[in-house]
Design a protein around this ligand. Structure first.
Ligand SMILES: Cc1ncc(COP(=O)(O)O)c(C=O)c1O
Length: 426
């Protein structure tokens, strides 16, 4: 290919153009050549740099830092589920499962929704299994939106929401929750709706701020949703990682919402297996139909052994699900009290495995949260994530996110390093 292109370009295939091995850094001459013959990639996606999570993790590796940045648990997940996934492969279940998902898993999702939320769900027509909540979100966008449709979402927002919406030509209306209490700004929310609004994207319990929307807030949102006749995609991947102060209420359970809400869950969060990427959507049959088409053409299906193991997981006794919060509360409090002693106060956190820290005390005058996080990795050996990663623009400069689903030893190591660093600053 390169040889043919070079000939057309009037160049023989010179050693200067030829990379010595696949993936080798390009020579300046090769770069120039490529730029002349390869059209640019999509401008919207090309405009996004490497995600800050990747960048911070890479920096953490480089500096052997304790990584409280990216959100994955130290917990390896239940052995019985991991064994079930392995056995299913060994036993030969390795071909395409049904496009909608294994019946056992769809039945388990429907039974789970009935058990925990009293939702009556037809597993055959109202449940779709996806490759993670990430695919579920994208399928919902693809299945529901036309270019120019408006989507309301809440900021700070999980970083994967906006890029694909923009890529599809949707117009995003952002409603900003304001620290420290992150309560719903009702006037701003009402003002974000227009005749073009098609969808609201709601994440409760919410990453990165650990907020659980209250029944009152959800009722207010539901009234707007009915008034403007829109869909709501509810990203509820942290549904079981709640700490008791504020119960998680799926918007789908509120009056009038059953026929317009799409509820997304993820095995990655509920069973501490973030690499499995098994997600599920519950939605009314007619609403789910076009989303199923999106799924059919995006991934078609999800690894059968993982689906099988997740079906077993969703059938576990109540105690498993109710027991997920307690160890997280302990870890949250261990980290929060250590940070408070270092003049790094934390904001309230009722769910998820993320804490937001106020780092104002240690910010240099010209420093923002990104520069602060970089300095912290290098000088203190602790990786955190700047909150600006969750905003389009104009984010607060003094907030950073820490992940606390870590072993005591990891949290203690991070606190020790921060303590040594703080001592040098004072
Ligand atoms: C709010 C939120 N939604 C979706 C996802 C992605 O879930 P999955 O790994 O199942 O694709 C995450 C992962 O961190 C998340 O925090």
């Amino acid at each position: 290919m390169i040889a043919a292109g070079c000939a057309a370009w009037g160049l023989g295939l010179s050693t200067e153009l030829d990379s010595p091995y696949p993936g080798a850094p390009q020579t300046p001459r090769l770069r120039e050549y490529c730029a002349s013959v390869v059209k640019a990639g999509n401008s919207i996606l090309s405009s996004y740099g490497t995600s800050i999570f990747e960048a911070m993790s890479a920096l953490a590796r480089e500096h052997a830092a304790v990584n409280l940045g990216q959100g994955f648990p130290d917990d390896r997940g239940r052995l019985d589920l991991r064994k079930a996934a392995a056995d299913y492969v060994i036993d030969g279940h390795n071909q395409y499962p049904p496009m909608m998902g294994l019946p056992a898993l769809r039945q388990a999702v429907a039974a789970h929704d009935r058990r925990f939320y009293g939702l009556e769900v037809d597993w055959q027509t109202e449940v779709l299994v996806t490759s993670g909540a990430t695919e579920a979100l994208f399928d919902c966008y693809l299945g529901l939106l036309e270019a120019g449709d408006e989507v309301v979402l809440f900021e700070p927002a999980y970083d994967a929401y906006a890029p694909m919406l923009r890529r599809l030509g949707a117009v995003i209306r952002r409603v900003r929750l304001v620290p420290p209490d992150w309560s719903l700004p009702r006037e701003a929310l009402a003002a974000a709706f227009s005749p073009k609004t098609k969808l609201v994207l709601l994440n409760s319990p919410m990453n990165p701020i650990g907020k659980v929307f209250t029944r009152d807030e959800l009722m207010f949102l539901a009234s707007l949703v009915e008034q403007h006749d829109v869909f709501v995609v509810c990203d509820e991947v942290y549904e079981h990682l709640v700490f008791g102060n504020a119960p998680h209420i799926p918007l789908m359970t509120l009056p009038g919402m059953r026929e317009r809400v799409l509820r997304i869950g993820s095995a990655g969060k509920t069973f501490s297996v973030t690499g499995w990427k098994v997600g599920y959507i519950t939605a009314p049959a007619a609403v789910l139909r076009p989303i199923t088409k999106a799924h059919q053409f995006v991934t078609f299906t999800t690894a059968p052994n993982l689906q099988h193991a997740v079906a077993l997981g969703l059938g576990l006794e109540d105690a498993y699900f109710h027991g997920l919060g307690a160890p997280l509360v302990r870890s949250r409090d261990r980290l929060a009290s250590g940070l408070a002693a270092l003049e790094l106060p934390v904001l309230p956190c009722d769910a998820t495995y993320f804490l937001v820290l106020d780092v104002s005390r240690w910010l240099r005058p010209d420093e923002d949260d990104v520069a602060f996080c970089r300095r912290l990795v290098v000088d203190a050996g602790v990786a955190l994530v700047p909150m600006s990663a969750f905003y389009e623009a104009g984010s607060p400069r003094h907030l950073v996110r820490a992940c606390f689903c870590k072993e005591d030893a990891t949290i203690d190591a991070a606190l020790q390093r921060l303590s040594a660093w703080v001592a040098k600053q004072r």
